[in-house]
Every structure is written in structure tokens, then in C-alpha cells.
Design a protein around this ligand. Structure first.
Ligand SMILES: Nc1ncnc2c1ncn2[C@@H]1O[C@H](COP(=O)(O)OP(=O)(O)O)[C@@H](O)[C@H]1O
Ligand SMILES: [Mg+2]
Length: 238
């Protein structure tokens, strides 16, 4: 469970003050798949970075699984991030001269897992994304869609409870984008909570919940979406 109340995030430089998030309120429950859309510069990446404990915030309250993250030390914050959160980025961020297995292993080494546990997690994660037979390939030998699946495997190998994806299909053609979306939907059905930023209206329409960020604030269309997508009810949005 992720709960943000009245979060503000201000970037301050000598000349300008940018309010990237203002009075930002959002709750995401265990098991949800939330798709975030909104104009460029509206605060989507800032929100993901704050949610994933990569960045702090100026004001407000953020509870992650009931823990007030603003009150924990940097070390504790890093520990929570490593344990609970997986990230996927638009640009894949794979290391080109490490093979797939080694790429997935990097963060596991950093977390201190022994070689047996690393091997188990690498194999399981590659299996989950359908690339078990390619563990010795190098990233440049794969298509963009396959590279993004490796990046997803790298995130999954951490066995995160929350997967945060920032425009993960932004560099992919529409077929590969759909395949990556289907993979994320399967991962969500297996129990991982997912928050995904996208510009792709087709993907946004598929989501159980659509949150729009405009000018650092949330417009939550959940109830509207649900009433439209549930065929067994004729209820109109309030
Ligand atoms: N590190 C930073 N320093 C200063 N301003 C930033 C920084 N990161 C983002 N911003 C500003 O915060 C606002 C929100 O940015 P961002 O969250 O990246 O938007 P989005 O992902 O929706 O395009 C923008 O005005 C952007 O210029
Ligand atoms: Mg962004």
C-alpha cells in the first residue's frame, strides 16, 4: 500500500523555483495496475522517483506499507527501496558488454545474495519474460522489445512488491509495446503492484485504473473507468 498525502516537491535553482508536485494525493493498493498519463513536464517522472524513494520531497506525508518514509535514515530508505521496488525505464539501461544473465545479476550482487541464490533468481526471471534460452546473449543482439523484457527481468529478480515503469514502451513499435504490456499484465496478475507512466493512449485504455497528472496534481479517473469497463452494470459516473 502506497499513500501520498499533500506531497509537494520543489526544485530550486538560483533563478527558478519549479513546483514539480503540488498537494499531490494518491493511494495505490496492493495488487493494482495503475497507468499514469499527463502532459510532458507535468510531474510524472518526479512522482515515480519520489514513490520509488529515489528522491525526497519538500512537504506532505508518504507512507509505504505503513512506514513514514520521510522519517527513516538514508540507509534504511535504500534498504526499503532495494527490497520492495523494481524500476523499468524507457531506455532499458542495460550494460551492453554484459550478457543477459550478468545484467540481471548486477543488482543482486550489490544486495549481497550468494551465487546460488543469484543463479536461481536470474533463471527464474528470464523464464518469466520468455528469454530463458538467451542468457548468454548480449543486449545489442536483441530487439528493443526483447531488451525491455530483459530490463523487466532485472527488476523482477529483486522480487519487488512494486514495479515502477517510466514510459517502458516509449522506444518500442506498437506490436512490441503491446507484448511488453501483456507481460506487465501477467506480472500484475501474479501479485506485483504496478505503476506505469505512458503516452500511449491504447495502453492507457487497457488499464484498470488511469491516473492523470496535470501541473503536479492528480486527476483520478478510476471510478469513471470502472463504470465504463464493467459490462454488468449500467451505472453512470457520478
Ligand atoms: N532535477 C530537476 N531540477 C529542476 N527541475 C526539474 C528536475 N527534474 C524535473 N524538473 C522539473 O519538474 C517538472 C516536472 O518534471 P518531470 O517530473 O520530469 O515531468 P514529466 O515526467 O511529466 O515529463 C518540470 O517542470 C521539470 O522541468
Ligand atoms: Mg518523464
Amino acid at each position: 500500500m502506497l499513500s501520498m498525502k499533500n506531497i509537494s516537491k520543489v526544485y530550486q535553482s538560483e533563478l527558478v523555483e519549479t513546483h514539480a508536485l503540488r498537494e499531490f494525493n494518491l493511494q495505490v493498493s496492493e495488487g493494482e495496475f495503475v497507468v499514469v498519463t499527463g502532459p510532458s513536464g507535468s510531474g510524472k517522472t518526479t512522482f515515480l522517483n519520489v514513490a520509488g524513494l529515489l528522491e525526497g520531497f519538500s512537504q506532505g506525508e508518504y507512507l509505504l506499507d505503513g512506514v513514514d518514509v520521510s522519517s527513516v535514515s538514508d540507509n534504511e530508505s535504500a534498504r526499503i527501496r532495494n527490497e520492495k521496488i523494481g524500476f523499468i525505464f524507457q531506455g532499458f539501461n542495460l550494460i551492453p558488454d554484459l550478457n543477459l544473465a550478468e545484467n540481471i545479476e548486477v543488482p543482486l550482487r550489490y544486495r549481497g545474495f550468494d551465487s546460488k541464490e543469484r543463479k536461481r533468481r536470474v533463471e527464474q526471471a528470464l523464464e518469466q519474460v520468455g528469454l530463458a534460452s538467451r542468457l548468454k546473449h548480449l543486449p545489442p543482439q536483441l530487439s528493443g522489445g526483447q531488451q525491455q523484457r530483459v530490463a523487466i527481468a532485472r527488476a523482477l529478480a529483486g522480487e519487488p512488491r512494486f514495479l515502477l515503469a517510466d514510459e517502458p514502451t516509449g522506444n518500442l513499435d506498437s506490436l512490441m509495446a503491446r507484448q511488453v504490456m501483456e507481460l506487465l499484465e501477467n506480472i500484475n496478475q501474479a501479485g506485483t503492484t504496478i505503476i506505469m507512466v505512458t503516452h500511449d493512449p491504447e495502453l492507457a485504455r487497457r488499464a484498470q485504473r488511469n491516473v492523470q497528472i496535470v501541473d503536479g496534481q492528480v486527476c483520478d479517473f478510476t471510478s469513471y473507468q470502472k463504470s465504463r469497463s464493467t459490462t454488468s452494470t449500467t451505472a453512470e459516473p457520478a
